[in-house]
Design a protein around this ligand. Structure first.
Ligand SMILES: Cc1ncc(COP(=O)(O)O)c(C=O)c1O
Length: 445
């Protein structure tokens, strides 16, 4: 009854209750309050291992997996990634700080971003990150200046816009030549010449990321072909053989029964084959192949729990909406790009679905609808709604809209519950507010 492509590996139903990681989720909702997010450690570690093993199996040269932590980052998740032998793809100074507090090896980090600040570049240089992925010429000029006095040359990758239009939602397609990210192919020579002349930088390779939620492996293979052709061109033009090829992340995950399953092995096989073919065609040595999956590592490990707090009925008595105690502040995806999800009642999972019902979030936006026309049983007040596939791009994009404290995050494994991010408090929310200076107001005069 539970689709294994949508729910965590350890998810099961027992006496109508949803269990994950050896824990009954309705009891967790009671004990930790809602909205509440959980991560199944077995599923998380399993996906990380699946990537590493699949690449090792299909690619005969060295490969690395960097977890794209924009999907979900906190100290514990960074530690799990490090324990599983993954590097991290990070995009801000504070994400670097999380990695440092987690004890992550800085040389396993790629720093991304199209608008990195000087402070972020400074931190990357001072802490010795594995590579800065340079996005544009302005950033490159600043990095050249900042790295000039550094004892060790800073490795860099160049982000290329490979001009491949990924078949995904426009908001998460990033590979077109006019997308905001990366150097158009024609602009690469200027950047390469600047780096080769900069004593503080070491050009290590090329990177591209064409978007997220990609199921057509041919588009990723085409990205590899473009990058290898560019590597061969750089060798021909400048006599340097770059050692790293990073075709980004982006493998799709299903959120509903109708969507295809995540195929990590097929993905690794397609990338490895494309890299080997392209390298053979250009007589280029096999580079270090680095991939950066985010969503396909953490989405299915996560489940969001909400409490049904009210309902709306039509004049004819039909149930139209379940109102729950979370929504777009903890999961913006349905409002942002009409993302769909699958849900069940965690405390009455064996009740048969009745007429489709929509699940409305609690925030003051009519677009705050978490699920549209979901096949759910007629819910009662107090029921616990569990949303599958909630690990990626939910909490990492969460806001405090309507002054809502962000949910707690629990890591579950073999009946053990670990709070890895506590719920935000009202005091946290108010901590940055300062009252008006004590001046006379016009009325008080
Ligand atoms: C540069 C880069 N790498 C990797 C990823 C991860 O993508 P996904 O979570 O779809 O695997 C992203 C996400 O947009 C990204 O921008």
């Amino acid at each position: 009854m539970l689709n294994p492509h949508l729910w965590p590996d350890t998810a099961r139903l027992e006496a109508g209750q949803l269990w994950v990681g050896g824990v009954a989720l309705p009891a967790l909702a009671e004990a930790y309050a809602t909205p509440l997010y959980i991560i199944d450690e077995v599923t998380l570690r399993g996906a990380m291992r699946a990537y590493r093993h699949a690449l090792a199996r299909h690619y005969p040269a060295p490969s690395r997996v960097h977890y794209a932590s924009k999907a979900l980052l906190n100290i514990a998740v960074a530690q799990v990634a490090q324990q599983e032998g993954l590097g991290l793809d990070l995009v801000s100074a504070a994400e670097l700080l999380v990695a440092r507090r987690a004890g992550v090896d800085m040389t396993s980090i790629h720093l991304h971003g199209n608008a990195k600040s000087d402070a972020e570049l400074h931190r990357a240089l001072d802490w010795g990150v594995g590579a800065v992925v340079v996005d544009n010429l302005d950033e490159l000029e600043r990095l050249i200046a900042l790295s000039a006095g550094h004892p060790q040359p800073q490795p860099v990758l160049l982000r290329v816009a490979p001009d491949i239009a990924a078949h995904t939602h426009a908001h998460i397609a990033t590979g077109a030549a006019d997308a905001k990210f990366g150097f158009p192919l024609a602009a690469l020579p200027v950047a390469i010449e600047r780096i080769l002349a900069a004593p503080g930088l070491h050009l290590r390779g090329l990177h591209a990321h064409i978007g997220s939620q990609i199921f057509e492996l041919g588009q990723l293979a085409a990205t590899v072909q473009v990058l290898v052709a560019a590597l061969a061109q750089i060798r021909a033009q400048y006599g340097v053989t770059l050692e790293e090829l990073s075709p980004g992340g982006g493998l799709g995950v299903p959120y509903t029964d109708a969507m295809p399953a995540t195929d990590i092995d097929g993905y690794a096989q397609a990338l490895a084959a494309a890299t080997q073919q392209a390298c053979a065609a250009h007589n280029f040595p096999l580079p270090l192949l680095t991939v950066e999956p985010g969503r396909s590592i953490i989405a299915r490990a996560g489940v969001a729990l909400y409490r049904v707090v009210a309902r709306k009925f039509a004049a004819d008595g039909r149930l139209l909406y379940l109102h729950v105690d979370g929504g777009m502040a903890d999961n913006i995806r349905p409002a942002l790009y009409a993302a769909r999800y699958t849900a069940l009642l965690a405390n009455r999972a064996d009740a048969p679905p009745t007429a489709p019902v929509s699940v409305a979030g609690r925030y003051c936006e009519s677009g705050d609808i978490l699920l549209r026309d979901a096949p759910l049983p007629a819910a009662q007040l107090g029921d616990v709604l569990a949303v599958a596939g909630a690990g990626a791009y939910t909490l990492s994009m969460a806001s405090t809209y309507n002054m809502s404290p962000r949910p707690a995050l629990l890591l579950l494994n073999a009946g053990q519950v670990q709070v890895i991010q506590r719920r935000e408090t009202e005091e946290d929310l108010l901590a940055r507010d300062l009252p008006l200076a004590a001046t006379e107001t016009p009325q008080s005069r």
